[in-house]
Design a protein around this ligand. Structure first.
Ligand code: NDP
Length: 433
């Protein structure tokens, strides 16, 4: 704690992983001998830099940006960039730390990293976004490379931002290095199914978790928080597999649509018009919008937090369970507080932690890198089938690992131990670096 003062989210993420690892250190003393725990908690490199840019009125703004290159034992640093006013070093370090284990769980050759800026894209014009991205990349490019560090999107960073970042990288380096960023457009090196991958992957994981309980998504009422990339595609896949999503949200309020969320309308408002979720209720009068509403007060069988960290509290967990919730799958990173997770475990609610359940996004980013490296482009069906295979394998790895360590059904412990073992073994093999 004293080495990283004030980084509360980072402390929370580290504590959760370390709480799972006691039995591993007993079984494999070499991890303690090589101080793998201490080394894994210390990023290999942290870059913090100034991003000056001008708005449409000519006013100059200064933001701060970060890239934390956390661990490269398994491959080049890989993890998204987040643009949100709440971003500071503690958020990027928590995300980068989680990313190490998540990426290991995919079994693909990617290390862990994360970046972002305290820039707030809300209400900014396309040109302002472009100028900001260009300024950011003017510093960041020197730290990147398809074999070094490969950023992608996260909150506030989608295909538009990746386009501006990639354009500036290409311009500065005079290299068409497709594999340096993922989440690109299909015409310029992107992978089919990447946009959908995180949301779809969460639902595939949830489906596997329900299968273990001889249950399915069919006919289940679901609530999905957020209305961004992850939430929209989770809703899409749940609907395809027979579930009924009745609510979603943004940071201003909650939409309740008992007849089932109209996905086409939601996409129109959020992806094309880039407007607030309350517009949904204006266009669909049989739905209800509640400003600052509590999304977890809405009764459901399945809850998918897909917005941001610590959005589902202990009180929310109690309300969800009282209303009959049987499973929770995290689309966002660390959206459930530790106390809420405890309550779910006590009550036997199936719980899928983000570092396992939302790994489909980064896994498909690694598939994008494979396509870029071989100058190939796969079909949607093939890529989605690979994603499904990967999610099924992550599920069984977590399930079996938890079982081996006497914690049957505890996917938090399963994910932490399985991810740690892969990275830890590679670090031991590579010596003291
Ligand atoms: P988007 O920016 O597309 O959407 C984020 C959504 O969450 C928006 O609806 C946003 O509402 C809401 N939100 C963000 N911050 C807050 C907040 N502080 N309070 C309430 N609501 C908030 O991001 P993504 O969908 O890509 O990411 C969502 C989560 O999933 C994040 O935790 C991210 O780290 C995680 N994730 C994303 C992956 C990806 O592939 N994109 C991969 C793995 C994990 P508003 O518009 O009002 O801000």
């Amino acid at each position: 704690l004293h080495r990283n003062p004030g980084e509360t989210e980072f402390h929370q993420a580290v504590r959760e992983v370390l709480e799972s690892l006691g039995p591993v250190l007993v079984k494999y003393p070499e991890f303690a001998d090589y101080k793998i725990i201490q080394r894994i908690c210390e990023p290999e490199r942290q870059i913090i830099f100034r991003v000056p840019w001008q708005d449409d009125q000519g006013v100059v703004h200064i933001n701060r940006a970060f890239r934390v290159e956390f661990n490269s034992a398994l491959g080049p640093y890989k993890g998204g960039m987040r643009f949100h006013p709440s971003v500071y070093l503690g958020i990027i370090k928590f995300l980068g730390f989680e990313q190490i284990f998540k990426n290991a769980l995919t079994s693909l050759p990617i290390g862990g990293g994360k970046g972002g800026s305290d820039f707030d894209p809300k209400g900014r014009s396309d040109r302002e976004i472009m100028r900001f991205c260009q300024s950011l990349m003017t510093e960041l490019y020197r730290h990147l490379g398809e074999n070094t560090d490969v950023p992608a999107g996260d909150i506030g960073v989608g295909q538009r931002e990746i386009g501006y970042l990639f354009g500036q990288y290409k311009r500065i380096t005079n290299r068409y290095e497709s594999g340096v960023l993922t989440g690109k457009g299909l015409d310029w090196g992107g992978s089919r199914a990447r946009t959908e991958a995180t949301g779809y992957g969460v639902v595939f994981f949830l489906e596997e978790m329900l299968k273990v309980r001889a249950d399915s998504l069919d006919g289940k009422t679901c609530v999905v928080s957020g209305s961004g990339n992850v939430a929209i595609h989770a809703i899409e896949k749940i609907q395809e597999l027979g579930g009924r999503v009745i609510a979603c949200s943004d940071s201003n309020g909650v939409i309740l649509d008992e007849g089932g969320i109209d996905l086409a309308l939601l996409k129109e408002i959020k992806e094309i018009e880039r407007r607030r979720i309350k517009v949904y209720a204006e266009r669909k009068p049989d739905s209800l919008y509640t400003e600052n509403g509590g999304i977890w007060d809405i009764p459901c069988a399945l809850a998918l937090p897909c917005a941001t960290q610590n959005e589902l509290t202990e009180k929310d967990a109690r309300t969800l369970m009282a209303n009959g919730c049987i499973a929770v799958a995290e689309g966002a990173n660390m959206p459930t507080t530790p106390e809420a997770i405890e309550r779910f475990f006590e009550a036997g609610v199936a719980f899928a932690p983000g570092k396992a359940a939302n790994a489909g996004g980064v896994a498909t980013s690694a598939l994008e890198m494979q396509q870029n490296a071989s100058r190939d482009s796969w079909s949607f069906e093939y890529t989605e089938a690979r994603l499904r295979e990967i999610m099924t394998s992550i599920h069984s790895t977590c399930f079996e690992t938890a079982d081996q360590f006497g914690q049957s059904g505890n996917y938090v412990v399963g994910a932490n131990i399985a991810g740690f073992l892969k990275v830890g073994r590679a670090m031991v093999a590579m010596g003291l670096i």
